[in-house]
Ligand binder design. Structure first.
Ligand code: HEC
Ligand code: CU
Length: 327
């Protein structure tokens, strides 16, 4: 009842099918380079899945193509095919083999997940803030914020991803790790970059009109270079906050009314007309009875139509003194 299996034609067809599949795989760059430990693990599994699929595709397609070519019904043959009940051996094989492959993939996938989610004791923690339409990065230990994510090669980085407005998604294709930034939730991602270089950060969740331009950069640098950069940036941040503190101290000293008047006319008078005695765009300021603190806060932070930060430091102290003097 069985014919001899036509090994040679089947192998020839299988090889052609396999070559075509492999060719279109390598002509197009489907998968980015794996530049993190996690990406290496994930992509190895991905390639195993791919090659396993190619093998089964070659087997199934070669039998199919051979059968179509060899046993095609004649144009005038309208009869039924011979009644065939089945073949227990083949059915067992095509059940057991895929089950084994699936079991391998399941266990392997579990191991990859388990390893990719293992937290290292010496990891670096960085806060990632997503906001329409940019990314900011905070280094809590150094007390600084940056617009470029700078991380050391060869050390695990824990990213605490947060959103300041709507849902975004942090994604660096070469790292093969991706996670939503959801308002009110901190999403933790673990990435261990392996190769110094510059990579794109992409927002992978439609977040508004600027979604497609919501990009940023990760710079992976050698560990010593990273430590040097972080130490320098932290020192710079300390110096800046010391300078701000000094300026605030100066601003809270008694101001000079005459100097304040000059600054007020130039900076504030356009909105607070008549040197603050008549109302313009802004309200009348004469005798508002606010404390120095309140006026300072109003000028520093702004409110409604009034922009903040127009004056600071000793100028601010002078303006406050002047506003207090208007009657
Ligand atoms: C672009 C116009 C504009 C400029 C410039 C401006 N202000 Fe104002 N200011 C306003 C408006 C509008 C308000 C009311 C804000 C609100 O309550 O929503 C206001 C409110 C204030 C108040 C609180 C008064 C109140 O009763 O609410 C103070 C104090 C004040 N301005 C001081 C200043 C000083 C000092 C400057 C200059 C450094 C200045 N403003 C520059 C528009 C301006
Ligand atoms: Cu976004």
């Amino acid at each position: 009842m069985y014919r001899k299996i036509p090994i040679i034609p089947l192998v020839v067809i299988a090889l052609i099918v396999g070559a075509l599949t492999a060719a279109q795989t390598f002509v197009i760059d489907w998968v980015p380079a794996a530049d993190s430990v996690e990406a290496e693990r994930s992509f190895t599994l991905l390639w195993f899945l791919f090659w396993a699929s190619v093998v089964f595709f070659m087997i199934v397609t070669s039998v199919l193509i051979y059968a179509i070519w060899k046993w095609r019904a004649k144009d005038d043959d309208l009869g039924d095919g011979p009644p065939i009940h089945g073949n227990t051996t083949i059915e067992i094989v095509w059940t057991v083999v895929p089950s084994l492959v699936l079991a391998v993939v399941a266990v392997w996938g579990y191991i990859v997940l388990e390893r990719n989610e293992a937290v290292a004791a010496d990891r670096l923690t960085v806060d990632v803030y997503a906001q329409q339409f940019n990314w900011t990065y905070g280094y809590p230990d150094a007390g600084i914020e940056t617009g470029t994510l700078i991380v050391p090669a060869g050390r695990q980085v824990q990213l605490n991803v947060r959103a300041r407005d709507v849902i975004h998604d942090f994604w660096v294709p070469e790292f093969a790790i991706k996670g939503d930034a959801v308002p009110g939730i901190t999403h933790t991602l673990l990435i261990t970059p392996t190769k110094p270089g510059t990579y794109p950060v992409v927002c992978a969740e439609l977040c508004g009109v600027g979604h497609s331009i919501m990009r940023s950069t990760v710079k992976v640098v050698p560990a010593p270079e990273f430590s040097a950069w972080l130490a320098k940036a932290a020192a710079g941040a300390k110096a800046t906050s010391a300078a701000t503190a000094a300026a605030t101290a100066a601003a809270s000293g008694p101001g000079d009314v005459a100097a304040g008047r000059t600054i007020f006319e130039a900076t504030c008078g356009g909105c607070h007309a008549g040197l603050g005695t008549e109302a313009g765009v802004g309200p009348r300021l004469a005798g508002i009875g606010w404390s120095d603190e309140q006026i300072r806060a109003q000028v520093t932070n702004g409110k409604g139509a009034m922009p903040g930060g127009l004056v600071s430091g000793t100028d601010l102290a002078d303006v406050v003194a002047y506003v207090q003097s208007i009657q």
